[in-house]
Design a protein. Structure first.
Length: 290
């Protein structure tokens, strides 16, 4: 049960664990209760689940007694047995929940994996076991294109291709398309021996924004590969708040101090840890959600 996924609904986590034997995901009931109740307090969510479970049993509803238990990481950092339900049970549970958040949650839960981002995220999970990780040219534009092509191949016709159109975001214009080849050559030659050098290179690639879509998800993997090779470290992205990250990346165009600090404080030596990688993918895609 080492394959862990974290989905986000209204900025709240819904943890899931993969059951290899039965080939399906199991989802944390406590997390779903928190989402549907708009509640962050773990103990309150546990108590509400106890109330709901008793209510369902009293009504002779099968959900009152079908939950399974798997080990998930609790708020105190320890792995504890947690009640989980499968895909169909979660939908049925949400339908029986007494508030108006259920409808948008069910819509999100049903369709989130069928979007381009959802399909790309599934491919990103598989990257951990993929032989591609051993062949990517780390720290190069070619390596970046390899990652992008893998994540978005079959989803975008420009997967793995440097953009030929100018783009902007929030009023900021990224590197002009006509100068991109030379810009990427310069970035590629930047050193990547120290932490500060690697972050500087990452920031410059972000400013270049070489692809029409998918830059953030691609460059975060690119960054981790440089950190792993040079420092035997990677980023524990779950330690970086989404809005702090987005703000720091916006500021990094002029001053990279904030993003440098956020990344440095989130470094871990768990570079070969599958759960760390999967969690990193979850948060990376979460950063891109509107």
């Amino acid at each position: 049960m080492s394959k862990i996924s974290i989905r986000f609904f209204n900025d709240r986590e819904v943890r899931a664990v993969w059951d290899e034997e039965n080939s399906k995901w199991w989802f944390s009931v406590i997390d779903v209760v928190g989402v549907l109740n708009n509640q962050d307090d773990y103990e309150k969510n546990r108590n509400y689940w106890k109330f709901m479970k008793a209510k369902l049993k009293k009504e002779n509803h099968q959900l009152g007694s079908v939950t399974t238990q798997f080990k998930l990481t609790a708020p105190d950092g320890k792995k504890r047995l947690s009640n989980v339900m499968d895909y169909d049970q979660i939908i049925e549970f949400a339908r029986n929940f007494p508030n108006n958040i259920s409808a948008p949650f069910i819509e999100w839960f049903t369709y989130s994996d069928e979007t381009i981002d959802g399909k790309s995220k599934v491919k990103a999970y598989k990257l951990f076991e993929s032989s591609l990780l051993d062949t990517i040219e780390i720290g190069t534009a070619k390596g970046l294109k390899q990652i992008h092509a893998y994540l978005f191949g079959g989803l975008y016709d420009f997967a793995g291709k440097i953009r030929t159109v100018n783009i902007s975001k929030g009023g900021f214009k990224f590197a002009a398309a006509e100068y991109l080849p030379k810009t990427l050559e310069k970035i590629e030659k930047m050193p990547e021996e120290t932490f500060d050098q690697i972050v500087d290179k990452y920031v410059e690639m972000n400013v270049a924004h070489p692809f029409r879509e998918g830059n953030g998800r691609t460059t975060r993997i690119w960054l981790d590969l440089m950190l792993k090779r040079s420092l035997k470290r990677c980023v524990d992205w779950s330690q970086i708040n989404k809005y702090d990250y987005l703000s720091a990346m916006s500021e990094s165009i002029l001053d990279s101090t904030k993003i440098n600090g956020l990344l440095k404080n989130a470094l871990t030596d768990k570079i070969d840890d599958r759960e760390m990688f999967m969690k990193g993918i979850d948060y990376s895609y979460y950063y891109e959600e509107a």
